[in-house]
Design a protein around this ligand. Structure first.
Ligand SMILES: Cc1cc2nc3c(=O)[nH]c(=O)nc-3n(C[C@H](O)[C@H](O)[C@H](O)COP(=O)(O)OP(=O)(O)OC[C@H]3O[C@@H](n4cnc5c(N)ncnc54)[C@H](O)[C@@H]3O)c2cc1C
Length: 419
């Protein structure tokens, strides 16, 4: 079959890789100047700049792991590291996750948290996800003291929205759910939390996540600076931008744009696509900085004295991420669009004598789901698959995917081709 893959982020490149390895003819169209999407990195003044986040790799699923590692030499090309995350809370550095480091908080706060825990009970609710929204979930599982002190201000910064408007579906597998008994034990025994998502991770020795993309992209026909603005289906054939024809399409772009992009004689589909064109997302603004040395990998910033929500010490992930002879690099991350001048002013209140190097604004980084999003996307996927058009990826499926989940989704879709 002749496939067009739209988008060369991790989803598009993985899909193209798998399809080409199975013998299909594949062309990838990418509107950006190089492959990568959200995982894109550039070298600026000798420092590696993760333009969004600071991408590390981890995969729970064995099939994903096996596929991924078949393209890399794990020992030679990657570093395996332990997460060393901290929280800067009212000027004091606290361990992460906060509930396991209660003993580092002030006495009155500890007393108040304990009072909350006694109300919640040793095992908490039988099903920790049986709350109506994210705000209730956090209050119900951690109590109102920790909610007000940390969970609410931190998550409000990230989501830029009222947490009671955030449904719970996206949380599955994202947060470990220790019960009160485990939390108290961790505090008494002072044991490190090892079951956290990303408590250990892999990171390329050279080039960060751009290395991953470029290795997977080797030998693929990826046409950059090629935005797909029109997708037409007629007589069983797909035509992109009125030029190239394909048997099948894998779309990894933004599902909200499909109702505009797609020309197809199907009223039900057009109706469904119209229903997702207004989904909400959040962007992130990143400031690449030089920093004084630290052994921390992520520093979370819940306090209201800065709009930044975390510092990612990417210079600690691999020594090659830092310019020779300079201090280490890090990325200060802000939710939404924050002007470069504002970001530069904000870092004065952060630790590490930060010196700015470069900045980036990514308008779409976090998807915000509502109650019916999954059902809507599922209906669209069903209809589209009848036209050999497949949605895969964070913004195509409107899922809070990490790289591994994006790869898993591609695998899942490709398996469905056989059925
Ligand atoms: C702040 C942050 C931190 C993260 N950290 C991690 C982490 O540490 N580890 C991890 O595993 N995951 C992490 N993730 C998640 C990870 O970034 C995503 O799961 C993954 O990058 C999604 O890839 P994708 O290919 O689905 O989408 P994208 O990366 O958005 O790729 C889509 C591509 O399609 C292109 N495109 C869109 N429309 C068109 C069009 N019409 N024509 C042509 N091209 C088009 C875009 O330019 C883009 O390159 C993080 C995400 C964020 C926001």
């Amino acid at each position: 079959m002749k496939f067009a893959v739209i988008g060369a982020g991790i989803s598009g490149v993985s899909a193209a890789r798998m399809l080409q390895d199975k013998g299909h003819e594949v062309t990838v169209f990418e509107k950006g100047t190089k492959p990568g999407g959200l995982v894109r990195c550039d070298v600026v003044d000798g420092h590696l700049f993760h333009r969004t986040g600071g991408h590390i790799f981890n995969a729970k699923d064995k099939e994903v792991r096996d596929w991924f590692w078949s393209y890399f030499d794990k020992e030679k090309e990657f570093i395996s590291a332990r997460r060393n995350a901290k929280i800067l809370l009212k000027g004091k550095v606290i361990g992460y996750p906060i509930e396991n480091y209660l003993y580092q908080l002030d006495k009155e706060i500890i007393e108040s948290v304990l009072a909350d825990f006694l109300t919640i009970g040793p095992g908490g609710k039988k099903d920790p996800f049986s709350y109506s929204d994210f705000a209730d979930f956090l209050k119900g599982n951690f109590g109102s003291t920790l909610y007000q002190l940390y969970f609410e201000p931190y998550n409000r910064k990230i989501w830029n929205t009222d947490l009671s408007q955030v449904p719970l579906g996206w949380l599955e597998g994202k947060l470990p759910m220790p019960n009160i008994k485990q939390v108290l034990l961790s505090n008494l025994l002072r044991e490190e939390e090892s079951s956290m998502v990303h408590s250990t991770f892999y990171y390329p020795r050279q080039g960060g996540s751009q290395f991953i993309i470029e290795r997977l992209a080797t030998g693929l026909d990826i046409q950059c600076n090629r935005e797909i603005t029109k997708l037409e289906f007629k007589s069983g054939i797909w035509t992109t931008n009125e030029t190239n024809t394909f048997d099948s399409i894998v779309f990894t772009g933004d599902v909200r744009q499909l109702s505009e992009l797609m020309s197809i004689d199907d009223r039900e589909l057009q109706h469904e696509l119209g229903g997702v064109s207004n989904l909400r997302s959040n962007g992130t603004s990143n400031l690449l900085c030089e920093t004084d040395d630290t052994d921390v990998s992520w520093l979370y910033l819940p306090d209201g004295n800065t709009r930044a929500h975390r510092i990612i010490y990417t210079g600690n992930f691999s020594a090659s991420n830092n310019a020779k002879g300079k201090r280490k690099s890090c990325v200060v991350e802000f939710s939404g669009h924050v002007d470069e001048r504002v970001m530069k002013a904000e870092i004065a209140s952060l630790p590490g004598n930060l010196a700015p190097i470069d900045f980036n604004y990514e308008p779409n980084s976090y998807v915000i789901q509502s109650e019916d999003t999954r059902a809507r996307i599922s209906r669209i996927k069903n209809i589209l698959s009848g036209y050999r058009f497949h949605l895969s990826g964070r913004f195509a499926e409107w899922e809070y995917y990490n790289m591994d989940k994006a790869i898993f989704s591609v695998m899942d879709i490709l398996k469905s081709f056989r059925n």
